[in-house]
Structures are given as C-alpha cells and as structure tokens.
Design a protein around this ligand. Structure first.
Ligand code: F6R
Length: 243
C-alpha cells in the first residue's frame, strides 16, 4: 500500500485527478469505479474543470460503475447515487448515461440486484481504477463494521452513525434511507487499482485503523491491506493518526 501524505484537500483532488486522467489517456476504454459522498467531489470538480478547459482526455469510451446506491428513494431522486454521479461527474464529462452503471434499487428486482451487478462488472472486464472514500467508522462503500471481508454486492442496513453522517445531504436524518445496495469488500478487492481519498480530521482515526491496525471486519477498510495495488491520498488532517 502506498500512502501519499499531502498538505490539503485540494492537493488530494489534484493528484487524484492526475491519476484518473493518466489512466484514461493510456486506456481510453478504462473502467472507472466511482464513489459518491463529499470526499471525491473536489476531485470530480477538478476533472470537470480540466475537461471544460480542454486539457483533459476524452471520456467517450470510458465506462463507469458506482460503488453503491440507496434503496427506497423515488426514481430520479437528486440524492440517489445514480443522479449524483451524473450531475457531479459523468454528464459534465460527456459520458453517455448507458455507459454509467449502478446497482438497481427498483423494488421488483431487489432480490437479484446484487448478483446482476456482479455480472455487469464481470462482463465489463472488471474495474481498472476504483475511487474510494472511508467512513468515520471505517466503512468502505456501505460495508459497515462487521461486514464479511469476502462479501459481494448485496443489500445492507446502514448504521445510525452513517445515517447521521449522511443526513447533511437530506432534509433530516429521518429522510436518509435505512437500506442500500453496496458492492461488497470482495467486489472492491477485485478492482485492479484502489485509490482511497481521505480528507479532514474526522477521518484520521478510521484511516489509521485501516492502514496500520489489524485486518478486521470491525474496520472494513482494513481489507485494503490485502490488495496488491492501493494508493491512499490523505491530507494533513486525515493523515494525523498515521505513525
Ligand atoms: C459512497 C461511499 C461511502 C463514502 C463514505 C465517506 O459511495 O461508498 O463509503 O465514501 O461514507 O463519505 P464522505 O466522503 O461523504 O465522508
């Protein structure tokens, strides 16, 4: 695992954008794995800024897979991860909607949604570069503490801590869905390169546990220790707990 300490969240965004652009230049049909949440937003803004200024690569052939999705939101809800990633990244980069995949939260298909998403990922040849954030409790995607280290895409119940963390995107915590579809830790480990972004003091304890603590389901992000190609970009505040 390579841990790159950087001064600020802007530095994290710039280096993450460099990494994504370098892959797409080298492999125009790259498969990108995309996290949502606050942490990657400055990276996505930077990619869009460069694209609009004409310095970015073409994203026409890229395919994207989101990490997770809320269950129970009305279709098209602005806080659904499908809508969020389209608004913040893939639409501005000109990536056609049919090239952007996410777990399908429609009620009728829920029992098979996980298996179908795994099939889509496999049919695309797997993820080349997976962008990740980390939860304050060490969760990865929506694999909360206690998740199986070998898990695949499935329905999970959010903890109250994560619902409170995510209430800022909704009117109140009561509006945050209780269930999600999420790639499993085993799914994430199949991506060829994992790029974990961590910014802010609220992530310091979780990042230290993930990088330097024991491999344990109590800190799902510690599963990164099993992967041969992980890059962690952390600002000063998030890296504060590292030795
Ligand atoms: C989002 C996701 C989550 C977030 C995590 C951190 O797709 O998978 O694991 O990465 O909750 O969220 P932020 O970045 O908002 O602190």
């Amino acid at each position: 695992m390579e841990v790159v300490p950087l001064a600020t969240a802007d530095d994290v965004a710039a280096l993450a954008a460099d990494t994504i652009e370098a892959l797409v230049r080298q492999r125009p049909g790259a498969v990108l794995g995309l996290a949502t949440g606050s942490t990657p937003l400055p990276t996505y803004e930077e990619l869009v800024r460069r694209h609009r200024s004409g310095t970015g690569p073409s994203y026409d052939e890229v395919r994207c897979f989101t990490l997770d999705e809320y269950v129970g939101l009305p279709p098209g809800h602005p806080e659904s991860y499908r809508a969020t990633i389209a608004r913040e990244l893939t639409d501005p980069l000109g990536i056609a909607p049919e090239r952007v995949h996410g777990p399908d939260p429609s009620p009728d298909g829920l029992p098979t949604a996980g298996a179908r998403y795994e099939e889509e990922l496999a049919a695309a040849g797997g993820v080349d570069l997976q962008v990740l954030g980390i939860g304050s409790d060490g969760h990865l995607a929506f694999n909360e503490p206690g998740s199986s280290l070998g898990s695949l895409t499935r329905i999970k119940t959010l903890t109250e801590e994560t619902r409170r963390d995510n209430a800022r995107f909704f009117g109140s915590v009561d509006e945050v869905p209780r269930h999600v579809l999420t790639q499993g830790l085993g799914t994430i480990l199949r991506a060829r390169h994992l790029l974990l972004l961590a910014t802010g003091a609220g992530k310091a304890a979780a990042l230290a546990a993930a990088v330097e603590g024991p491999l344990t389901a109590q800190c799902p992000a510690s599963v990164l220790q099993l992967h041969p190609h992980v890059t962690v970009l952390a600002d000063d505040a998030a890296a504060a707990g590292l030795a």
